[in-house]
Design a binder for this molecule. Structure first.
Ligand code: NAD
Ligand code: UDP
Length: 312
């Protein structure tokens, strides 16, 4: 049966892929966004779809609609953007969660929260398992994002405990792919854009810090599988690709795949930048029968092809 689905942050990088996939699966999609880091351009190809609707709205304000499911993705995700207005970032995560959970409660919709590996902070447990509580600096420059997302998780589990709202929490690890904004500021888009323009590739710190990169299609599959689980499973569940790379290795791969003349330069490491990050995905394998399929070189190749079409 056709479901009516609300996607907050739907005009962003991940949201636009999710809207497209949900429409292709035969659903009706309402995309809500304030265009802070997202853009109409990301969903312009969906505007003529008879079951797609785009609404400009800020999730810090209440919103009323009748839907079956809500995917709550609204929140800037790149450090430069979430630190630009830190107070607004906290409001988006916390008030956005309260508004969307209140809506889910009232209309009895299932609701999924796009949480993050950042809830683990600069982790002392490696790889990260869902039972690890994390190592977050509550007054650091990343706290507006990390603590906002942690508080959102708290709100989700308490709406479940107190009001029996059907919640789902996924902790997303670094995800990349087509439709990342060229000035998004995250490492994969930065390196590819720099390489395609033969500009210096900027490694922050010594490049020994690690991340585990997941291609967007794998994440969207995991997200949809999580939403489809029964009432007895709320998560949180890690959704990420466990293959771990240093930033130096990532830069070298981008240089090889683009054939650029760019040189690597080293810039200061921002405060509280996590040294390592890698998901343990045993729970996702067990509960969702999910694991990522696209490895880094294949995903980077697709992403480079996309950026070639938009970088002049
Ligand atoms: P993005 O910045 O491209 O998308 C976020 C979207 O939310 C944008 O369209 C933005 O305009 C919108 N938005 C921001 N504040 C809003 C507000 N107050 N009201 C309405 N809309 C608002 O980032 P993304 O990578 O697509 O991330 C989407 C979600 O996934 C975020 O919640 C992010 O925290 C989470 N996440 C992403 C990653 C990743 O690697 N991409 C990792 C962990 C978690
Ligand atoms: N990074 C980098 N050069 C850049 C952008 C980021 O070396 O131009 C580093 C950053 O310091 C971090 C890693 O790449 O160690 C991932 O950064 P990103 O902002 O993509 O995500 P997050 O830190 O939130 O995982």
């Amino acid at each position: 049966m056709r479901k009516k689905i609300l996607v907050t942050g739907g005009a962003g990088f991940l949201g636009s892929h999710l809207c497209e996939r949900l429409l292709n699966d035969g659903n009706e999609v309402v995309c809500l966004d304030n265009y802070f880091t997202g853009q109409k351009q990301n969903v312009v190809h969906l505007l003529n779809h008879p079951y797609f609707e785009l609404i400009r709205h800020d999730v810090t304000m209440p919103f009323f609609i009748e839907v079956d499911e809500i995917y709550n993705l609204a929140c800037p995700a790149s450090p430069i953007h979430y630190q630009y207005n830190a107070i607004k970032t906290v409001k988006t995560s916390v008030m956005g969660a309260i508004n969307m959970l209140g809506l889910a409660k009232r209309i009895r919709a299932k609701i999924l929260q796009a949480s993050t590996s950042e809830v683990y902070g600069d982790p002392e447990v490696h790889p990260q398992v869902e039972s690890y509580w994390g190592h977050v600096n509550p007054i650091g420059i990343r706290a507006c994002y990390d603590e906002g997302k942690r508080c959102a998780e708290t709100l989700f589990v308490n709406y479940h405990r107190q009001n029996n709202v059907n919640i789902k929490i996924i902790r997303i690890f670094n995800t990349y792919g087509p439709r990342m904004h060229p000035h998004d500021g995250r490492v994969v888009s930065n390196f590819i854009v720099q390489a395609l323009q033969n500009q210096d590739i900027t490694i922050f710190g010594d490049g020994a810090q690690t991340r585990s990169f997941q291609y967007v299609d794998d994440l969207i599959n995991g997200m949809i599988k999580m939403m489809a689980t029964g009432n007895d499973f709320t998560g949180p569940v890690n959704i990420g690709n466990p293959n771990e790379f240093t930033m130096l290795e990532l830069a070298e791969k981008v240089i090889k795949l683009t054939g650029t003349k760019s040189k690597i330069v080293f810039e200061p490491l921002p405060a509280d930048d996590p040294l390592q990050r890698q998901p343990n995905i045993s729970l996702a394998k067990e509960k969702l029968n999910w694991e990522p399929k696209i490895e880094l070189e294949e995903g980077l190749t697709k992403t480079i092809e996309y950026f070639k079409t938009i970088i002049k």
